[in-house]
Design a protein around this ligand. Structure first.
Ligand code: GAR
Length: 211
């Protein structure tokens, strides 16, 4: 059984999808053992508490720089004996000391189809604003491993979602969450816990199950 530690900063709907997936038997070889928030008032913490999951708060502003914050996060992950770290709406970029300590053991959900609309500055509603401003007709979500390159790690799963006439960033965000993020994030966590993700030459491959 793998220990899943979920990192959050906001509302935690993706955390909820992971909690539901554990309850519904979609994730069977892992359990969420701790939720760590970068904000003390994140509603995600309430979701964790309601489900009896241990919470920790590491407020970014209480650390002088990203290196000291990253070290505190690495120490917390070590203490929690994390096998898998899931960024579920976690809005802080950690430095290389965390990525190196947890290689291909950290995954992030991004609300667009990487390599489009990603990288520094593309987070939350800003992503959907950029999608609408560009005029693309298809967007979606991506789950990828976290590496030192922001949004640049191996892609595990993606799902496309259509952009519709009259979409606002908020409407599009909701559709991308419902149709893509809340599905592929738990699926990717389950694949990891089942040891079904293999990295070859920087590319993630999903191993088929034998029947
Ligand atoms: C989600 O849409 C997630 O993909 C996005 O923030 C939202 C968090 O919602 N993450 C990023 O933009 C990271 N670059 P949630 O707190 O309800 O899960």
């Amino acid at each position: 059984m793998k220990n899943i530690v979920v990192l959050v900063s906001g509302g935690g709907t993706n955390l909820q999808a992971l909690i539901d997936a554990e309850k519904n038997g979609i994730i069977t070889n892992g359990r969420i053992t701790c939720v760590i928030s970068s904000k003390a008032d994140a509603y995600a913490l309430e979701r964790a508490r309601q489900n009896g999951i241990k919470t920790r708060v590491l407020v970014r502003k209480e650390y002088p720089d990203i290196a000291s914050y990253s070290l505190a996060m690495k120490n917390a992950l070590d203490e929690e004996k994390a096998d898998l770290v899931v960024y579920a709406g976690f809005m802080t970029i950690l430095d290389e000391q965390v990525c190196r300590a947890y290689p291909y053991k950290m995954m992030n959900v991004h609300p667009a189809l990487i390599p489009s609309f990603c990288g520094k500055g593309f987070y939350g509603l800003r992503v959907h604003e950029a999608v609408l401003a560009s005029g693309v007709k298809i967007t979606g979500a991506t789950v990828h491993f976290v590496t030192e390159e922001c949004d640049g790690g191996p892609i595990i799963l993606q799902k496309a979602v259509e952009v519709r006439n009259g979409d606002t960033p908020e409407i599009l965000q909701k559709r991308v969450m419902e149709q893509a993020e809340w599905k592929i994030l738990p699926q990717a966590a389950a694949l990891f816990c089942d040891d079904r993700i293999e990295i070859t030459d920087g590319i993630a491959h999903i191993k088929e199950t034998s029947v």
